[in-house]
Design a binder for this molecule. Structure first.
Ligand code: EPZ
Length: 418
């Protein structure tokens, strides 16, 4: 397995072009199956989760062609309704196929999704939403089987008791193929919901309220061929912003979606970074060690849980004591024990991580156990004295096109050792 070798204590200077949004493109790829025609997606990140989704779409009979960051999906002749178990278990987003396949083909079978082990991550809210639209859903022995009534799905009022991102996306995709209007209340407000709704609108679906807790959706015409550009990945951009917090320097993050990074940018400023919004993205500058901070993660527009590990890394090298409360996932502090191998002083008290900043971290061999924890370790190693070796690269490549290319482009001494 490949290992990242990272030399610490070099400040960063330069420009990093931010890849397309992973959590934006995955539901959009699933939604493309609603249409028995062609979808062209631009600025698609070349990451493992996208390749896994391509495998699923192809297994269902779609013709998928990826050239660089351009993806053409022809879904005119779907041949199956079963998601291959080996692929379904590789990522959380395989559950995203439930909605579009129910709407398009009237049935779907998959296994419980995989993804980062950051909590139990049930799918009960997905299932309740699909049942409200008329589907019959059976679960058991790790499988999910869903079938529509003869007349297909029927629009209805649905309330989510928790603003689950994935459940919101699945319900919206199913409702896009239902008869009549669906009003979803308690919807997630993440930028990725706006991306999916923008794509559905481009395909000809009437959607109102994207980004708010109340979304109205109704299919008013046949789906259309669509060309859609994915915005920059707000978490990848936040990761590299965190790299500047840790290593210091001055970096332009091209295509960083500043408008969807408010809490991340505000927190970086509290920690002492200068963050300027530019036409092409943002510029981040940092001198000295980060100041202490209090962070509480929550559903958008609260502080993003996906940024929690990276900010823990920055706090680990900072002044004073920072407190980070994780409210979204019940097991998202795994990275703390690996940061401790680099010399970080972190104590976990139930949902709170108490981080006592240290003057210097020391290079060590550490291992990623989940996607964002792995990225946080790479960022922390930039601030450690000496060499660090980061294993578990297969977790990082699920969401980052080429983290060593990106950071090296800003002056970091980082290489992927096969
Ligand atoms: C999406 O996961 C993202 N993944 C996650 O990013 C992100 O952390 C999360 O949203 C929150 O923003 C993708 O978009 C592929 P949720 P998702 O449903 O949809 C509970 C990354 O690093 N819940 O909003 O799974 C759940 O257990 C990944 O890119 C239920 O109880 O998130 C969790 O505690 C990690 N029942 C909370 O809700 C359900 O049916 C939030 O989950 C669904 C969720």
């Amino acid at each position: 397995m490949s290992v990242l070798r990272i030399e610490g204590s070099y400040s960063l200077e330069g420009t990093i072009k931010i890849q397309g949004s992973k959590n934006g493109v995955l539901p959009v790829m699933a939604a493309s199956l609603l249409h028995n025609g062609t979808t062209v997606l631009e600025h698609v990140p070349k990451i493992q989760d996208v390749f896994c989704m391509l495998g699923i779409l192809s297994a269902l009979g779609a013709d998928c062609r990826m050239e660089e960051n351009r993806l053409v999906i022809s879904a005119s002749a779907l041949t199956g309704t079963k998601i291959p178990e080996t692929l379904a278990g590789q990522m959380r987003s395989s559950v995203m196929l439930l909605g579009p396949l129910l709407a398009r083909l009237g049935q779907v079978e998959t296994s419980l999704p995989g993804g980062c082990r950051i909590g139990k991550r049930p799918v009960d809210l997905h299932i309740r939403g699909l049942e409200a639209l008329g589907a019959r859903v059976e679960t058991g022995d790790g499988r999910i089987r869903a079938v529509c009534p003869a007349g297909g799905l029927t629009g209805v009022n649905i309330h989510l008791p928790y603003p689950s991102v994935g459940a919101t996306e699945n319900i919206l995709m199913a409702a896009a193929g239902a008869q009549g209007e669906t009003v979803l209340t308690g919807a997630a407000r993440e930028p990725e919901i706006e991306i999916l709704c923008g794509f559905l609108q481009a395909m000809g679906v009437s959607v109102e309220g994207a980004g708010t807790p109340v979304i109205r959706i109704r299919k008013t015409s046949a789906f259309q061929d669509t060309c859609f550009f994915l915005p920059g990945d707000r978490i990848v951009a936040g990761t590299y912003l965190g790299a500047v917090l840790c290593a210091g320097g001055r970096v332009v993050l091209e295509r960083a979606p500043a408008g969807h990074m408010e809490r991340t940018i505000a927190t970086a400023r509290q920690m002492g970074a200068q963050v300027e919004t530019l036409e092409q993205g943002i510029r981040v500058s940092m001198r000295g060690r980060p100041r202490p901070v209090r962070i509480e993660t929550g559903p958008y527009p609260e502080f993003p849980t996906d940024m929690q590990s990276v900010m823990m890394a920055a706090a680990a090298i900072g002044y004073g004591t920072s407190r980070i409360r994780e409210n979204v996932f019940e097991n998202r502090f795994c990275v703390a024990k690996e940061l401790q191998k680099l010399g970080a002083h972190i104590i976990i008290e139930n949902k709170i991580a108490v981080v006592d900043g240290v003057k210097a971290l020391k290079g060590a061999s550490v291992a990623a156990e989940d996607l964002r924890g792995g990225a946080a370790l790479a960022v922390a190693a930039l601030a450690a004295e000496g060499s660090s070796f980061l294993g578990g690269y297969e977790h990082i490549s699920r969401g980052y096109e080429d983290i060593s290319r990106d950071l090296a482009g800003a002056g970091a001494h980082i290489t992927l050792v096969p």
